[in-house]
Design a protein around this ligand. Structure first.
Ligand code: GDP
Ligand code: IMO
Ligand code: MG
Length: 405
C-alpha cells in the first residue's frame, strides 16, 4: 500500500491537523517527521477543540497507530504533558504510540538560547528551542532519545552540551546559565515514563509498509517556512517540504504516491518575514476576525492576506503535490471582492486578479455543486493556475465540515 503525505503549502496553520484527523479514520498509521512542539494542530470533534503539538493528529481514532519519526526535535516535558492530557480524556496510548530513539532532544538550555537570541534577531520564533536543537543535531552534538538508555555516558554528554550552551548564554546573551545536573536528573525521570514507546521507527515503518498498512505522513509548519525553500532567514529550522519525510522517518520517497497539499483559501503568517500579499485594511480585519486567526501554539495574532498563487506554483512542484485541499473557504464569505496574486511586477509588487465574492453561508455545503457560483469560479481558477485538482474542500473547523470534490 502506497503512503499519503499531507503538507501545508503556506506559512503553517493551513488546517493540517483537521485534515489529518479527518483522513485518519481510514489510516493504520500517522507519522510526524519534522518540527517539534512549535506546531499547533487543531482538531475539532463534537464541538470539542484540542490542540496537538507533538502527537500525530490521528490519535483520536482508537485503532490508528501514531509515530514520531527521527526528524522531530523532542521536548520530553511537552510530550509528557500532551500524553497526560489525552490520557485524562480516556485516550489509550499502549501499543499504538511509538517514538524514534533517534529523535534529538530539546533541552531547557535550547529554549533559553532561542528566547535570548530571538530578542536580538526578531525572527519571531515560537520560543520552543527548535532552532538551537536542530543546530546541535547538525553539529553532531545532540542528546538523542536513545542516549537516555546509556546511563553511564549520559551525564557526561549532557554536561558537555549544557556547559557549551551556558557559555553562549553568558558570553553572548548575558543571561542566566542552567544546571547540567538537574537537566540530567529530569531526563532520567522522563525516560522511565517514555520507555515503552521508544523504538526503531524506520524498521517499524518498513515492516508496516510491507504488510500493506495505510500510512499517512503529517507535515508540520508549511512549505514557505522550509529551511531551504522558505523565506530564509524567516523560516523554521526543519525541512517542511516533501524531502523531509525521507530524512525524518527513513521511509522511501518512492512509496509515497499521494501528496495532499493543503492551502488556506487566503494566507496567514505568524512571526516576522516577507508577506507580499499582506492586508492592512478591512478585508484583512475580516480574515483575522472571521478566521479567528490567532496562533494555536503561542496565541499570537496571525498576519492575514490574499492567496499567493505565484508563490504556490513553485511549491507544488517542489513537493510533487498530486492533489489540493482548500481549507477555510467559509472565512471568505461576506467579502465583496477577492484578490489573488498571479505574478509580480518588476518592482516586486503583487499583480492581482479580482474575483466576485459571495454572501451565502456555505458551512453546510456538502459538494462543489452546492457552493455559490462565485466560490466555484474562485476554486476553479486555483485548480487551473496550479494545474492540480482540488480533491477536498473544508468549510468549517469540525471534522465533518469537509467534502471531497
Ligand atoms: P494546522 O497547524 O495546519 O493544523 O492549523 P491550526 O490548527 O494551527 O489552524 C487552523 C485553524 O483553523 C484551527 O483553529 C482550525 O480549527 C480552523 N479550521 C480548520 N479548517 C477550517 C475551515 O475549513 N473553516 C474554519 N472556519 N476553520 C477551520
Ligand atoms: P503549524 O504546524 C505557523 C513560525 C514561527 C516563526 C518561524 C520560526 O501549527 O503550522 P520556530 O519556533 O519554528 O523556530 O519559529 O516559524 N512557525 C509557525 N508558524 N505554524 C506553525 O506550525 C509554526 N511553527 C513555526 O512563528 O515565524
Ligand atoms: Mg498550527
Amino acid at each position: 500500500m502506497s503512503a499519503t503525505l499531507i503538507l501545508g503549502l503556506q506559512w503553517g496553520d493551513e488546517g493540517k491537523g483537521k485534515i489529518v484527523d479527518a483522513l485518519s479514520k481510514d489510516a493504520d498509521i500517522v507519522c510526524r517527521f519534522q518540527g517539534g512542539h512549535n506546531a499547533g494542530h487543531t482538531l475539532k470533534v463534537n464541538n470539542e477543540k484540542r490542540v496537538l503539538h507533538l502527537i500525530p493528529s490521528g490519535i483520536l481514532h482508537p485503532k490508528t497507530v501514531c509515530i514520531i519519526g527521527n526528524g522531530v526535535v523532542l521536548s520530553l516535558s511537552s510530550l509528557l504533558k500532551e500524553i497526560a492530557n489525552l490520557q485524562e480524556s480516556g485516550i489509550e496510548f499502549a501499543d499504538r504510540f511509538f517514538i524514534s530513539k533517534n529523535c534529538s532532544l530539546i533541552l531547557d538550555s535550547h529554549v533559553a538560547i532561542d528566547l535570548a537570541r530571538d530578542k536580538q534577531e526578531g525572527i519571531g520564533t515560537t520560543g520552543r528551542g527548535i532552532g538551537p536543537a536542530y543546530e546541535d543535531k547538525v553539529a553532531r552534538r545532540s542528546i538523542r532519545l536513545g542516549d537516555l538508555f546509556e546511563p553511564s555516558t549520559l551525564p557526561l554528554k549532557v554536561d558537555k552540551l549544557v556547559n557549551y550552551h551556558n557559555t553562549v548564554l553568558q558570553e553572548v546573551y548575558k543571561v542566566n546559565q542552567l544546571n547540567p545536573e538537574s537537566i540530567t536528573k529530569e531526563l532520567l525521570q522522563q525516560k522511565d515514563l517514555l520507555e515503552p514507546f521508544v523504538t526503531d521507527v524506520t524498521e517499524l515503518l518498513k515492516e508496516s509498509h510491507i504488510q500493506g498498512k495505510r500510512i499517512i505522513f503529517e507535515g508540520a509548519q508549511g512549505s514557505m517556512l522550509d529551511i531551504d525553500h522558505g523565506s530564509y532567514p524567516y523560516v523554521t529550522s526543519s525541512s517542511t517540504t516533501a524531502g523531509g519525510v525521507v530524512a525524518g522517518s527513513g521511509f522511501g520517497a518512492q512509496h509515497i504516491s499521494r501528496t495532499i497539499g493543503i492551502i488556506k483559501a487566503y494566507c496567514t503568517r505568524v512571526g516576522s518575514g516577507p508577506f507580499p500579499t499582506e492586508l492592512f485594511d478591512a478585508a484583512g480585519d475580516h480574515l483575522a476576525k472571521v478566521g479567528n486567526e490567532f496562533g494555536s501554539t503561542t496565541g499570537r495574532k496571525r498576519r492575514c492576506g490574499w492567496l499567493d498563487l505565484k508563490a504556490l506554483e513553485q511549491i507544488v512542484f517542489t513537493n510533487s503535490v498530486t492533489e489540493l485541499c482548500i481549507t477555510k473557504l467559509d472565512v471568505l464569505t461576506g467579502l465583496e471582492t477577492l484578490e489573488v496574486c498571479v505574478g509580480y511586477s518588476n518592482d516586486n509588487q503583487p499583480i492581482y486578479k479580482s474575483f466576485a465574492g459571495w454572501q451565502e453561508n456555505i458551512e453546510s455545503c456538502k459538494a462543489f455543486s452546492d457552493l455559490p457560483k462565485t466560490a466555484q469560479e474562485y476554486l476553479s481558477f486555483i485548480e487551473e493556475f496550479l494545474g492540480i485538482p482540488i480533491k477536498m474542500i473544508s468549510v468549517g473547523p469540525e471534522r465533518e465540515s469537509t467534502f471531497s470534490d
